[in-house]
Design a protein around this ligand. Structure first.
Ligand code: PEP
Ligand code: MN
Length: 447
């Protein structure tokens, strides 16, 4: 173990500029909430974080593919059996498509069980001439446009922990308790197959898998891997008081892990090298991600590697690029080239959502499915041209049939957006769009 890893200061971030932190009215309320959090059990174990790190090391070596996704902003009311199951089911279906059609091991990571805090481009929101504090995620305030709901309330941090626990518990039960058995691949699709081209395409693939499973069973091959899946949780490590309170020293290694999720990432707005977020995440031993937008220079990327992964530990660092469809083909190559020349192990993941958001005439924030697809295509082209590994996708999706992104197999148009626009923050792919995307990514991967 290097000295770099064994010395740490979990409060050094406090003297650095911390962007996007909620202003709380009463420091006593914050102290009481974080003290409560600090006494609560871990949501994940350090050993599981290490296991994910190993999986991501395989991604960095070009041997596996990341599927990371979930809501832009989880909500407390969304921590329900139906909503969690639908998201998980969609993620499992996408993973099956990728595993089978692209023949690659898929590392499944939910943006689930902790994605309750949002960075905002403006501190206030104005409607009909009334300005109120912006919604910062259910961990901070309420979405409803009233002064009461928009008050930043530290006790919400504790509620975010409990909703994370409920969500993770369900995910663990679903992914290990029989529901994620590959033999269930048809069952996940039952409510979806009629009337959905993506569902029908999936049904054919599930049929092929069934035949393959029967063949293997006849050969007396029935590995444990067919009966459950490894599932990991992740969220943006935004509110540092929360992440700090849930950081614990692992008894096995004596090292700190943020036990609020297996993986946490630093957002595009808070990745300042000398800022509090980089300083805090530098100290924890989880696998971590950093979002890289179109203004990132190759030197920024190298400096982040030096700061966040000085020992070049495989699987420690994932770069999640979110350039926009129009920029990825020019913006990504210099970063990938310089990082691969440096020899540092990095998993490259494409977030094709956040560079492609625009406002429809109706005022709804939306994304075009074709832009999402085009950014992923650009991501593959760039990595293929440079001989590097396109390591995965990071998406915002939901298991429900919402109308938030335009295009896709069902051809949602801008005039449809109002029908089922339910997101608390950014527009998500619905279930058909997500499955369509998985089929298309599998094709790109195979090429
Ligand atoms: C997000 O992932 O919801 C987000 C805000 O992303 P970014 O930091 O890339 O803008
Ligand atoms: Mn988002």
């Amino acid at each position: 173990m290097s000295t770099e890893q064994s010395t740490f200061d979990l409060d050094s971030w406090r003297t650095r500029p911390a962007l996007q932190q909620p202003q709380w009215d009463d420091p006593e309320e914050v102290r009481s909430a974080t003290a409560e959090l600090a006494g609560l059990p871990p949501l994940v174990f350090a050993g599981e974080c290490d296991q994910l790190k190993e999986r991501l090391a395989a991604v960095a070596r070009g041997e596996a593919f990341v599927l990371q996704g979930g809501d832009c902003a989880e909500t407390f009311s969304g921590a329900s059996a139906d909503a969690v199951r639908n998201k998980l089911k969609t993620l499992l279906q996408m993973a099956v498509v990728l595993t089978y059609a692209a023949s690659v091991p898929v590392v499944k990571i939910g943006r689930m069980g902790g994605q309750f805090a949002k960075p905002r481009s403006k501190p206030t929101e104005t409607r009909d001439g009334v300005a109120l504090p912006a919604y910062r995620g259910d961990a901070v305030n309420g979405l409803e446009f009233t002064p009461q709901a928009r008050r930043n309330d530290p006790s919400r941090l504790v509620r975010a922990y409990h909703c994370s626990a409920v969500t993770l518990n369900l995910c663990r039960a679903f992914t290990t308790g029989g529901y994620a058995d590959l033999r269930q691949a048809h069952a996940w699709n039952q409510d979806f197959v009629a009337g959905s081209p993506a569902g029908q395409r999936y049904e054919r693939l599930a049929g092929e898998i069934d035949r393959a499973l029967s063949f293997m069973a006849a050969c007396k091959i029935d590995p444990e891997e067919f009966h459950g899946v490894e599932f990991y949780s992740s969220h943006e490590a935004l509110i540092l008081e929360y992440e700090r309170a849930l950081t614990r020293i692992d008894a096995r290694t004596g090292l700190p892990y943020d036990v609020s999720a297996h993986m946490v990432w630093i957002g595009e707005r808070t990745r300042d090298l000398d800022g509090a977020h980089v300083e805090f995440l530098r100290q924890i031993r989880n696998p971590i991600g950093v979002k890289l937008g179109p203004t990132t220079s190759p030197d920024d990327a190298l400096a982040l590697i030096d700061r966040l992964n000085p020992d070049r530990e495989p699987g420690r660092l994932t770069f999640i690029t979110r350039m926009g469809a129009g920029r990825i083909r020019d913006g990504l190559p210099p970063l990938v080239e310089k990082v691969s020349q440096s020899g540092a192990p990095v998993a490259w993941v494409c977030d094709p959502m956040h560079g492609n958001t625009f406002e429809a005439p109706s005022g709804h924030k939306t994304r075009r499915f074709d832009d999402v697809l085009d950014e992923v295509a650009g991501f593959f082209e760039v990595h293929r041209a440079l001989g590097t590994h396109p390591g995965g996708i990071h998406i915002e999706f939901t298991g429900d049939d919402v109308t938030e992104c335009v295009g896709g197999g069902h051809e949602i148009v801008e005039d449809d957006l109002h029908q089922r626009y339910e997101t608390a923050c950014d527009p998500r792919l619905n279930r058909s769009q997500s499955l369509d995307l998985a089929f298309m990514v599998a094709e790109m991967y195979r090429e």
